[in-house]
Each structure stands twice: as structure tokens, then as C-alpha cells.
Design a protein around this ligand. Sequence first.
Ligand SMILES: [Zn+2]
Length: 443
Amino acid sequence: MNRFRALIPLAGVAVLGVLYLAALFIRSTRTQIELQEAVKVVGTATPVKLVAINPHGVRSLRASLRQGGQSYPVYERTVSASRWNLFPKAVNPTPFEFEAGTGKANGLKDGRAVLRVETVSNDLAGRTDLLELDVEVNSRPPAVSVDEGQHYLTLGGSEVVVFTASGYWSEAGVRVGKYTFRSFPLPGANDVNRRVCLFAIPYDTERGEVPVVYVRNPAGAEATSGFWNRLTWKTFRKRNIEVTDAFLEKIFKELDPGGKGNPAPRFVKINSDMRKANAQTLSELRLKTADRILWHGPFLQLANSSVEAQFCDYRDYFYQRQLVDRQVHLGFDLAVTAHTPVAAANDGVVVFAGPLGIYGNAVVIDHGLALQSLYAHLSEIQVKPGDAVKKGRIIGKSGATGLAGGDHLHFSMMVDGVMVNPVEWWDAHWIHDRILAPLKMTE
Ligand SMILES: [Zn+2]
């Protein structure tokens, strides 16, 4: 009896121990494996970025490619284990980055495969979790072949090129100096490798910079091709702008209320810094585009308007006879009378409608394939983002909001976020010869 009593505390310890182990097992939690970027095609060394999410952390991660009953290991990492801690601090998601492809998997062939990622949770139970992904192995390097054709280019103008991409590629388009323009599936082609790219010769292209078509994959392998082109250089106008106190009072009230200090630097901050920030916002709208052509026929110019400023006027700004700033005007200023109805230049979808710094109340319409039009300084906006508009539909009224001295419409055209000369897009002949004919499209 006495001996039995002596065993009771021992039994208690044993029970506690079992409970502790049971708790450790019960506490084992599932690992969520999340890809940071989609992986559909695997080349020779395709980067795979993922995070493993488990409050206990992960003890190990292994990745392999499986094909025809064979498994090809591509990655393995073991993280220090702590199995015995019942109250571990919550662990942040663990990032993993590795390369998968034929480079590390001798015997892997082009065709279908499964990328398999296996994690073990960092607790006593060591729970195994899996992510399996169907991928296509394509170890052929990217290649490009440009359709035959003559490309007459103008500084500040637009152009289209058609090409075929092949091999493993994930990005294809045209590069001009520091600018890149994305390509889209060729309308009516039914083959994602047949591509069309609308591109610009940006106004600040430097002599000697020629457009090239490029295709590349995430591993950085790239192929490029030039194409026949003839670039017409252009000299743009120079304009002196006198900045008056009345004008400054008007724009400070709207764009720098409560601001203090010398008028000249305050003006330059708006004209330079705010302009840059607004240009960035406009450029990012290029990502909100349809992958097909939404427009038809020439774009409309504000009816009966007089041209007050042209595309690429180089402007010198003077305040009290001192040169205070220099900017390039990348659109047309068109004036009729105050509060003139402004029509959509062509069919499209509104992707921006609201105040935008120096542009005042502005509307941007997407016309597909990253071609967009901008309407600025409006006194009234009559559309909202997401609205589908037809050519000629009234979208607002002209005004003098933003950096504007008097009532006018500032109109810009953009190709993949780069401002281009609208004159070409207003011209039915140019549209037919330079855009629709190469695409074998009619209006
Ligand atoms: Zn303007």
C-alpha cells in the first residue's frame, strides 16, 4: 500500500509528460505554401519565389520536378529545428528562392511536368505539406522573327511592329533607348506567339538609338532583332512663357494652398516636382489596358478649336524677367470658348477621372494595346472609371483647373505610358497606312 502511494507522484509526472508530448503533436499546424509569382513554364533555370507560412516555422523545404514517373530534385533547405518548445514565438512567413529547370535536372525533357514543393513544419509532429503545380518544360532559348515591312518613324511619333516569338519567353516588346513597350497577342491570330507592339519614338530619344524587338524569359535569356526603319528627326518649337503674379495667385490657391515663401521656387516645385509625380501616375495607367483594339478610325480633335500649344513645345518660364524653369509640353492645348463640351476622341474605357495635380480635373481613356488619351484642365467631369465610351461621347467640359491660365483642353496621347504626338492619331491616312495596314485590318 505504502509502496503504491510512493508511485503516485511518479505516475503524475509521466501523465504530464504524455500530455506535453500530446500537446506538441496537437499543436503541429499546416504549412501554407504560396507562390510569389506564377510559374507556368520552366526553362533551364527559372526563378521560383515562394513563402512558407506556418506559425511554428518550417523545418525544411524540398522542391523537385516530376516527369514520367521520375523525380528530379532541384532544391533543398533545412532550417534549424526546435521541436520541444510548447510556446514558440509566432514565426514570420519564411521566403524561399531557387531555380528550377533543365539546368539542374539532367534527363528532364521539354514537355509537361509537375513542380512539387514539400515542407515539414517546425514542431515535434513535423507535419508534411505539399504544393503541386503543373508546368511546361521549355528549354529552348527565346527567339524572335520580325514580320517584313518598312517602318517610317518620326521623333515623338508612334509605330506598330508585328513579330513571332518562340522558345521559352515571358516578356516581349520593343525597346527604344531607356524605354520599353509591351506587346500583345496579334488580333485574330489565335496564337500567343504572334505579337503586335505599338511603340513610340519618344521625344527625348537620342541620336543613334534605334528600336529593337526583344523577347526574354525570367532567367534573363534574351533575343533581339532589329527591323527596317527610317527615322525622321524633328526640331520642336521653343516658347517663352511669362509667369505673372495673377497666374501664380490662381495656381497657388489650387495647387499649393497655405504654401509660403518666394513665388519663384513655389512655382518651380509645382511645375517641376508635381509635374513629374503626375507624369508617373499617368504612366502607371498603362497597366490598365485592354489586350485588344477598342478604337476605330481616326481620333477626334476638339471641334472648332484653336491650337494654343503643340506637342513638344520646349518652354522657358520667366518670372520677373528671370528664367526660372524649363519644361517640355507633351500635348496639345486646344481652346474654343469657356466650358466647351469635350468629346471622347475614340472608343475606349475610362481608366481615370478626377483631380490630377497640374492637369487639374482629368480623364484618361484606354483604347486598348496600351494606347490611351488624356483630357486635362476640365471644369466638369461627366464619366467615371470603368465607363465604356464611344467616340464623340461627351466626357466633360473644358476649364482652367490645375496649371492653366485660361480655359482650354490639354489633350495628350500615350503609348504604353509614353506621351506621343497626337497629330498622327488625328490623321485617317496615317492610321490606315501605319497602323491598320501592317495589322491587315480595315476600319
Ligand atoms: Zn497643355
